[in-house]
Write a protein that binds this ligand. Structure first.
Ligand code: NDP
Length: 486
C-alpha cells in the first residue's frame, strides 16, 4: 500500500483551529515499522499552553449551560464521523504507532466512536438525589469540574483521547489534551472531527510536547482535574503534583496482570486469551496478562498448543491487512524490552519461543514466551510492555490466587475454567480492577475500566466516568422558620 502523507496541518489544535508555533522544540514522528520520519510537530511553548487553557476556560462556562441533549448530539455526530472515516484514521493510527492496520481498523477509531456514542447518549442522564430532613429537604446536582487536562500514553492515541474527551465533554467540561510526544498525530484528528461535529471552539484543545508540557498542565491553577494514562512512576509524579493544587485525578496506569488457566479450562480458548493478552499491539497494552499461571496437569498441553499457534504470526508491512504482528512503537521501548530479555536469560529463564530482535529496519521484537520461571524473577515482577509472555505453573486454586495477587499492581486479571462456581469464587478474590472470565482484554464503553493498588485511581468508561468528571453540590432547602440562639 502507498503510504499516505501523515504530516498534520499544524502541531496544535487550539480554540477550534490548527495552530503552529515553530519556536517549540521539533518532535519527529517516526514510523516504527521502518524507522523513517513521517511527520514533524513542535512542542507547545508557554504561549500555546496559555492560549489553550484560556480558550478552554472561556468556552467551558457556556458549554456547562448548554442543554445536555445538545452536548450529547455533538458527541454522537462525532462518533458517526469517526466511523465514516475509520479507514483513513486507522491508517494514521498505524503510522503513528506501528500497530498493524488489521488491528487499528477494529480497535482504535472504532473504540473511540463507541465512547463518544455511549457518553453522547448518557449526557442527558446526569442526575442527583433528594433527601428529606423533617419538613426541610435537600437535593444534589452534579456539576462539571471545569477545565480538565488529559495526558496520553503512546499505545492507543485515538482511543485514549476519546475515552477522556467523551465523558468530560458530555458532563460539561472542557479538555486540554496532551498526547504522548511519540504519537502526536491522532488526537489532532479527534479535535478536528469534534469541531466538524459542532463542538464549540476551545472545548477540546490538543497541544504537543513531552512530560514538561504535561507537568505545566498538571500544576496550572486553571486546571481542575488531570486524567493520565501512563506508567506507574509517571502516575506517582502527576498525582503528587496535582495534589498540590487539590485537583481531581484519574490515573490509568500500568500493570503485570495474571491469567489463571485451570485444569478444566478450554485450552484452545485459554491459549487464544493468552495470545490476545500478550501479543496484540505487540504487547503494548496496559491490561495485558503477562503472568500466565497454568495448572500443572495442563501445562504441557497449553505450551504445545501455544507453539502451534505461534506459527500463525505474520509480521511485515503493518499497512498490509494480512499482517497481524507489528513493531514496538519506539526505539526506546524496543531497547527496554531487549534489556528485559537479557535479564531474563541471566536470571535463568528458558526462551521457549522468540527471544530477540527481528533482523529488519524498524523496532521489531519477536513474540517471546519465557518458561522455567520463579515469581521473584524480574520478568515476572516488572511490567515489560512488549511481546513477552511469562508462563508459570501452579498446583492448587489457593496457591494460584495467592501468587496472582502477589504484586504491587492490580489493573486486570483473567481466568479460564469451565467450573462456574470456581470462576466467580476466584474472580471475587483477585485484586484487580477488571477480571475477565473465559475472555481477555475486551473493554466495551459500558464497562468501567481502571486499576486497583498501584495501577491507578478512578475508572474510565461506563457511568462511573461521568462521576469522575463531575462533583456533587448539595442544596439545602429550609421550609420553616429559622431558629437562632439569640
Ligand atoms: P509514560 O508514563 O512515560 O507517559 C505517559 C504520558 O505522561 C506521556 O504523555 C508523557 O509525556 C507524560 N508525562 C511524563 N512525565 C510527566 C510529568 N512529570 N507530568 C505530566 N505528564 C508527564 O507512559 P508511556 O507513554 O510510556 O506509556 C506506557 C505506560 O502507560 C505503560 O506503563 C502502560 O501500562 C501505561 N498504560 C496504561 C493504560 C491504562 O489504561 N491503565 C493504557 C495504556 C498504557 P511524554 O511521553 O510525551 O514525555
Amino acid at each position: 500500500m502507498t503510504r499516505p502523507d501523515a504530516q498534520p496541518a499544524a502541531s496544535h489544535f487550539v480554540d477550534g483551529a490548527y495552530v503552529e508555533d515553530t519556536s517549540g522544540d521539533a518532535i519527529p514522528v517516526i514510523y516504527s515499522a521502518t524507522g523513517e520520519t513521517v511527520a514533524t510537530v513542535h512542542a507547545a511553548t508557554p504561549e500555546i499552553i496559555d492560549r489553550a487553557l484560556d480558550s478552554a476556560t472561556r468556552a467551558q462556562t457556556e458549554w456547562a449551560r448548554t442543554d445536555p441533549a445538545e452536548r450529547g448530539r455533538v458527541l454522537r455526530r462525532a462518533a458517526d464521523l469517526l466511523r465514516a472515516r475509520n479507514r483513513e484514521l486507522s491508517v494514521l493510527e498505524t503510522l503513528d504507532t506501528g500497530k498493524p492496520l488489521q488491528e487499528t481498523l477494529v480497535a482504535d477509531a472504532a473504540s473511540g466512536a463507541d465512547a463518544l456514542e455511549y457518553f453522547g447518549g448518557l449526557a442527558v442522564d446526569v442526575t442527583g438525589t433528594t433527601m428529606r430532613f423533617g419538613d426541610d429537604w435537600a437535593y444534589t446536582i452534579r456539576r462539571p469540574l471545569g477545565v480538565c487536562a488529559g495526558i496520553g500514553a503512546w499505545n492507543y492515541p485515538t482511543q485514549i483521547a476519546c475515552w477522556k474527551a467523551a465523558p468530560a465533554l458530555a458532563t460539561g467540561n472542557a479538555m486540554v489534551f496532551k498526547p504522548s510526544e511519540t504519537t502526536p498525530l491522532c488526537a489532532l484528528k479527534v479535535a478536528e472531527i469534534l469541531v466538524e461535529a459542532g463542538l464549540p471552539a476551545g472545548l477540546f484543545n490538543v497541544i504537543q510536547g513531552a512530560g514538561e508540557v504535561g507537568g505545566r498542565l498538571t500544576t496550572d491553577p486553571r486546571v481542575a482535574k488531570v486524567s493520565l494514562t501512563g506508567s506507574v512512576p509517571t502516575g506517582r509524579k502527576v498525582a503528587a503534583a496535582a495534589a498540590g493544587g487539590m485537583k481531581h485525578v484519574t490515573m490509568e496506569l500500568g500493570g503485570k496482570s495474571p491469567i489463571l488457566v485451570f485444569e478444566d479450562a478450554d485450552i484452545e480458548d485459554a491459549v487464544s486469551g493468552a495470545i490476545n493478552g500478550n501479543f496484540y499491539s505487540s504487547g503494548q497494552v496496559c491490561s495485558n496478562g503477562t503472568r500466565v499461571f497454568v495448572q500443572e496437569d495442563v501445562a504441557e498441553a497449553f505450551l504445545d498448543r501455544l507453539r502451534v499457534r505461534l506459527d500463525g504470526v505474520r509480521s511485515g508491512d503493518p499497512l498490509d491487512e494480512a499482517t497481524n504482528f507489528g513493531p514496538m512503537t519506539t526505539q526506546a521501548q524496543m531497547e527496554i524490552v531487549l534489556r528485559h530479555l537479557d535479564t531474563a536469560r541471566a536470571e535463568g529463564a528458558t526462551i521457549f519461543a522468540g527471544g530477540g530482535r527481528m533482523a529488519r529496519d524498524g523496532f521489531w521484537i519477536e513474540p517471546t514466551v519465557l518458561t522455567d520461571l520463579t515469581d521473584d524473577m524480574t520478568c515476572v515482577r516488572e511490567e515489560i510492555f512488549g511481546p513477552v509472555m511469562s508462563v508459570l505453573t501452579f498446583s492448587t486454586e489457593e496457591e494460584g490466587v495467592a501468587r496472582a495477587n502477589a504484586t504491587e499492581y492490580g489493573l486486570s486479571a483473567g481466568l479460564f475454567t469451565r467450573d462456574l462456581a470456581r470462576a466467580h469464587r476466584v474472580a471475587a478474590r483477585l485484586e484487580a480492577g477488571t477480571i475477565w472470565i473465559n475472555q481477555y482484554n475486551l473493554t466495551p464503553a459500558g464497562m468501567p475500566f481502571g486499576g486497583s493498588k498501584a495501577s491507578g485511581i478512578g475508572r474510565e468508561n461506563a457511568r462511573m466516568a461521568m462521576d469522575h468528571f463531575t462533583e456533587a453540590q448539595s442544596i439545602y432547602v429550609g421550609m420553616g422558620p429559622v431558629e437562632a440562639s439569640f
